[in-house]
Design a protein around this ligand. Structure first.
Ligand SMILES: [Zn+2]
Ligand SMILES: [Zn+2]
Ligand SMILES: [Zn+2]
Length: 277
């Protein structure tokens, strides 16, 4: 995996992690734990809410977090052509309205918006004013799109009833399965068939003493090994744990580095991390 330092000068097809936190940002305004304090002291350790951009002949993003304006400005991304939504949770869709506003202020062509068909009614109710600024594509598992930079396929994830992930095939092949725990059998079989170069999973909580529809780091690593590619990137990192119904500090930056060192092929995403495809 090639991770580069000067993405803005790069002309090859690349993937940029616009954000890498879960629904809870790091630092979080209500928290003074050691991880949040470390992120306040060193802005490089801050995380905004998870989403991904694929930049080539055009720019596609997976999910539109509430932080998307800040993220696009930080990465000097001036136009968004396509948006793929994984599920209708606020940390993945609240930025849609911001993109709609941008599309009306500048003369973008309509944004191609791929939305699980079960949640089209949310769009119709909450973002109806944007309709003229998007071409809406209702999607479901098994759908496949041949696009200028890559082929995209929709797969079911295990997070809520309508959540989906994406298998993206360019010069490298990867799957984006965020949010969600171990995917259903049909998805696992589909992933094993593809010979993925890497998989992007979520590891929302570092520690967890009850069953959630999100992974801990250990659970995500076990899922990666089940799917089988050589490399895995973990994102949607809240950097906290949940114990006795309370939010507690999670892995520190140094502990994450140590975890990577003992786990070949594993990388924790960070905001702005850029991978050449
Ligand atoms: Zn989320
Ligand atoms: Zn904290
Ligand atoms: Zn979610």
């Amino acid at each position: 995996m090639t991770i580069i330092d000067h993405p803005k000068e790069e002309t090859r097809l690349r993937m940029v992690f616009l954000g890498s936190s879960g629904a809870i940002q790091v630092p979080s305004f209500h928290c003074v734990c050691s991880v949040c304090q470390a992120a306040r002291a060193n802005p490089q350790h801050r995380r905004t809410r998870a989403s991904l951009a694929l930049i080539g002949h055009e720019t596609s993003v997976i999910d539109a977090s509430p932080d998307i304006e800040f993220q696009l400005e930080r990465e000097a991304i001036r136009q968004v052509d396509r948006v793929f939504i994984t599920h209708w949770h606020f940390d993945h869709v609240w930025g849609l309205g911001l993109l709609g506003d941008a599309a009306s202020h500048v003369s973008w062509p309509p944004i191609e918006l791929y939305l699980p068909h079960e949640v089209i009614y949310h769009f119709d109710q909450e973002l109806a004013y944007m309709k003229s600024r998007v071409n809406l594509h209702p999607i479901g598992p098994g759908d496949r799109f041949e696009l200028p930079d890559a082929t995209w396929e929709v797969v079911k994830t295990t997070h809520n009833e309508h959540s989906v992930g994406f298998v993206v095939e360019a010069s490298q092949r990867f799957a984006y399965l965020v949010d969600g725990v171990t995917p259903p059998v049909q998805t696992l079989e589909r992933l094993k068939k593809t010979n993925l170069d890497f998989v992007i999973l979520e590891a929302t909580m570092d520690e967890l003493d009850e069953q959630w529809w999100n992974f801990t780091v250990e659970q995500a690593v076990a899922c990666w090994q089940q799917i089988g590619p050589e490399r895995c990137i973990l994102t949607h990192l809240t950097c906290h744990g949940w114990k006795n119904h309370r939010l507690i500090a999670g892995l520190s930056y140094e502990e994450r580095l140590a975890y990577e060192a003992k786990t070949p092929g594993l990388k924790f995403a960070y905001d702005g991390m850029t991978v050449i495809l």
